[in-house]
Design a protein around this ligand. Structure first.
Ligand code: SF4
Length: 121
């Protein structure tokens, strides 16, 4: 049996969670003020994930395009995914929500635009 302490990121309260694990499985979560804390603790201890927000290059422009993952990706894949996004060069026009990288690094998650860029005149 082992214990781990986490800070829940589900809301600004930031509850301190005490997680008990046995054989890699979460058996108890204490300290959460609501049910989201236990869900977060189980996810974080077994398979942590994160959203990525970063920038992609735009063909013919100096200003980059802001993008984000449409869903969270495994934390261990963050650097590989950021590298793949940074290798991408987008051709305008771009609308918010356009898929910029499909299935980034085989995660099953798409990277989408969070801003618009008009076509060159
Ligand atoms: S456990 Fe609930 S109340 Fe506490 S930080 Fe997480 S989401 Fe907020």
């Amino acid at each position: 049996m082992s214990e781990q302490t986490l800070t829940c990121i589900g809301c600004p309260m930031g509850c301190r969670l005490r997680v008990t694990l046995e054989d890699g499985q979460v058996t108890a979560v204490d300290g959460a003020a609501c049910g989201r804390g236990a869900v977060y603790a189980r996810q974080e201890c077994v398979c942590p994930t994160r959203h990525i927000s970063t920038l992609a290059r735009v063909r013919g422009r100096r200003e980059p395009l802001s993008v984000k993952t449409a869903q969270p990706i495994p934390k261990a894949m963050i650097f590989a995914c950021v590298e793949e996004i940074h290798r991408t060069c987008v051709t305008p026009p771009v609308k918010i929500g356009d898929v910029i990288v499909e299935n980034v690094c085989g995660t099953g998650v798409d990277v989408v635009a969070t801003m618009e860029i008009e076509a060159a005149e």
